[in-house]
Design a protein around this ligand. Structure first.
Ligand code: ADP
Ligand code: MG
Length: 696
């Protein structure tokens, strides 16, 4: 681990800038690979250029000028270049005002672009060429790095240009000798991958025969090898963690006829085939004498809750307690209500524990839980408090996992002795990604909606037509239905959102719907108040519920068939899909109205996606595409490892190969030593980054 300041040209100031990009060692910089390559091997003099060709020239700036609306950065920037051939090439940039500070007379630059002939002026021109300033701090001979070859382009890091990064990387590669290759030999042979040293060198500085197209698709042999390697160690880490979890002693629940009778007595409806399959997978895990670690994935409204309730019955009938962790008070209250209703039939005691309870209430509840008198405890973060102790915790259910970190999950698990764990999520992500994201979990998927559901009809309206939306709401309420009207929460300012909702509530209740009971719910209401409002909505007393996004997850009122989302452009796709999932929960036709004020292109794309589709899987994919994996997964929260070379979205097929190879390697290592070597390597290099708390 050599600090970057050892590299010539990197002083403390630059090191700090690199550090901000997560680059602090020489190894980090070698892992910072080009995001694009440019073929600058077709280098010509200006006199040799022919209109229509893509070419690179190395030339000097003779003059530069900006014309047009300079202040608004709308100007046309024009620079005239010449070289040893003494011919002139004119570079033009529209909206090029910013270049006035970048390109100046006398600078040597490399230009790359499509050469054109301007018949008006009779000059050779190039529009918006790629360019790189060549004058600068170079060692002898390094100039050849930047032109006359396939050149790597790096993402600049504040003031650190692609050119500096290229020079430094080159210096490092010159200075250090070949490095060891930690990948098992047989893999390299089978997948025909270059060794590590070659792969690193060729990724930064492709050899002359390299295929530019493959390089720009991240599929040159060198890039493949680095991407594969990154995934391989990650997947080995996960495989080791899983195999270790499987050797822990767990609870072997018994599923007797009595348990089956109880489950039958509890079920309010016939489970779908998908629900049956999933509950079977869960039951098998629960029977086994090792802890269950299962992720239950299913679109909003697919019926995950009843599956969780069945698992709860198994645990309780075996003499254990169940904990249900929910991300919001509303959702916790919903679950408490639902579980209370269906499990109450079996005379189980269900209790709710949230942060808004008084200390006395909490203390009382905690005592009952500790004594084992409560069968199912449902709660928010309050459940994780140290002094919540169970007499015999057998099953921990975590809802909407993406809101909880892995550590919180562990916090709950530690309240029992290797209890079974069931994690529920409505974020439908491709299976391979799920397995990587949730690492150590087995995955079950409910891929079918309960019978009789009609797809929700989604419409998009601009704010100037909101009256039409309201009259539609009025019509539906007159037919006996209920509606939600949601306002966005801007995260920094829950108070403002609350005010906006409050304001709209007054407007709607007094002016738009004076004839109906309108309710208001937002994050600043106390837990009891929230519950009271929800209860009145559930009972049909409140017809129209105005809310901030507190209802985002889990609310279940089948008679509510209209969802109006105001300022929908402010929400992300996944969130909009979740919100929409609050309707369409019964047999009646449901509607979602997206009302927008100001939209940009991606917002328009989001609205279109929702109008077109109710398929959570498709929507998640679009979301991934529009936002990119980093933001989509919210890496920090989700515990998703930070990858350097690989990109989970772009490289899914390599991830799959790596996953298969890793599982095979861990299960049947060519030699025990190889496995031990790998474990040591992962410990040293990957554990911290991947958050694999314990490996092997
Ligand atoms: P989610 O997966 O979003 O948590 P829920 O568990 O809240 O979904 O279920 C959505 C609604 O569908 C609930 O009203 C639930 O009672 C109902 N439901 C679930 N499964 C079935 C089924 N097999 N038949 C009929 N209704 C069902
Ligand atoms: Mg749910």
């Amino acid at each position: 681990m050599t600090p970057l300041t050892y590299v010539k040209g990197i002083g403390p100031a630059r090191a700090a800038m690199l550090e901000a990009k997560g680059l602090s060692t020489v190894e980090d910089l070698l892992g910072y690979v080009p995001f694009r390559y440019e073929d600058r091997s077709n280098v010509k003099t200006i006199a040799q250029l022919a209109p229509g060709e893509m070419a690179t020239v190395t030339a000097e700036v003779r003059s530069a000028k900006l014309s047009g609306f300079q202040r608004r950065n709308l100007g046309l920037f024009e620079a005239r270049f010449s070289d040893a051939s003494r011919a002139i090439l004119v570079g033009k940039w529209f909206h090029g005002g910013y270049l006035a500070k970048v390109l100046a007379e006398g600078m040597k630059v490399s230009l790359f672009g499509k050469i054109e002939f301007d018949s008006y002026s009779g000059e050779l021109t190039v529009l918006h060429p790629e360019f790189e300033i060549l004058s600068g701090e170079d060692d002898e001979g390094e100039a050849a790095l930047h032109t006359g070859r396939v050149v790597p382009i790096y993402e600049a890091a504040s003031k650190i240009t692609t050119r500096l990064l290229r020079s430094w990387t080159h210096r490092i590669l010159e200075a250090i000798g070949p490095i060891d290759d930690p990948l098992p030999q047989y893999l390299r042979q089978r997948l025909k991958m270059p060794d590590r040293w070659t792969a690193i060198r060729h990724t930064h500085f492709p050899p002359p025969e390299a295929d530019l197209r493959l390089l720009n698709q991240f599929r040159s042999p060198a890039q493949f090898r680095l991407i594969f390697e990154e995934f391989f160690w990650l997947e080995c880490g996960i495989a080791l963690k899983r195999s270790k979890a499987k050797t822990l002693p767990g609870i072997a629940f018994e599923i007797t006829d009595r348990v089956r009778e109880k489950v039958k007595a509890m079920l309010p409806f016939k489970p779908t085939e998908a629900q049956k399959r999933v509950i079977q997978e869960i039951a098998n895990d629960m029977k086994a004498a090792r802890p269950m670690n299962r992720l239950l994935q299913g679109d909003v409204g697919s019926g995950k809750t009843i599956v969780a309730a069945e698992a709860a019955v198994i645990a309780i009938e075996n003499g254990y307690q169940v904990a249900v962790l929910a991300p919001t008070e509303i959702l916790a209250a919903q679950h408490a209500f639902y579980f209370g209703q269906i499990l109450g039939k079996l005379d189980y005691v269900v209790a709710l524990l949230t942060g808004s309870f008084s200390n006395r209430e909490k203390a009382q509840l905690k005592k009952l839980v500790a004594e084992g008198l409560i069968h199912v405890v449902i709660g928010t973060h309050a459940l994780l408090e140290k002094d919540v102790e169970f007499q015999r915790l057998g099953l921990a259910i975590v809802d909407e996992q993406h809101r909880f970190g892995v550590m919180q999950r562990l916090g709950l698990v530690q309240k029992g002795v290797h209890p079974d764990v069931l994690v529920m999520t409505a974020t439908p992500i491709p299976r391979t990604l799920a397995m990587t994201l949730y690492g150590d979990l087995d995955v079950s998927v409910i891929d079918q909606l309960p019978p009789g559901r009609k797809p929700i009809i989604t419409k998009h309206a601009t704010a100037d037509r909101v009256e039409q939306v309201y009259s539609f709401v009025k019509k539906k309420v007159e037919e006996g239905r209920q509606a939600y009207v949601v306002y966005p929460v801007i995260e920094e300012s829950e108070t403002q959102a609350m005010k906006a909702a409050q304001h709209m509530y007054e407007h709607l209740s007094r002016e738009v719907f004076p004839q109906f009971a309108v309710g208001l719910i937002h994050g600043r209401l106390g837990g009891n108040e929230k519950e009271a409002v929800m209860q009145r909505f559930k009972e049909g007393e409140i017809k129209i519920l105005v809310s901030t996004t507190v209802i985002e997850v889990g609310v279940d009122v089948p008679n509510a068939t209209v969802m109006v989302i105001e300022q929908a452009e402010r929400f992300g796709l996944a969130q909009l899909h979740q919100l929409r999932g609050r309707v369409g929960r019964g047999a009646a036709q449901s509607y979602c109205m997206l009302v927008t004020e100001k939209m940009n292109d991606t917002a328009r794309e989001r609205m279109r996606t929702l109008v077109d589709s109710t398929d959570g899987f498709y929507i998640a994919e679009m979301d991934l595409k529009l936002r990119g994996p980093g933001e989509f997964f919210g890496t920090k929260q989700s515990g998703l490892p930070s990858l350097r070379v690989a990109n989970i979205l772009r490289d899914t097929e390599i991830l799959e190969v790596a996953r298969r190879e890793a599982a095979d390697f861990v299960a049947h290592p060519p030699a025990l030593e190889e496995l031990q070597k790998a474990v040591a390597y992962i410990r040293d290099h990957w554990q911290r980054r991947y958050g694999l708390v314990t490996v092997g």
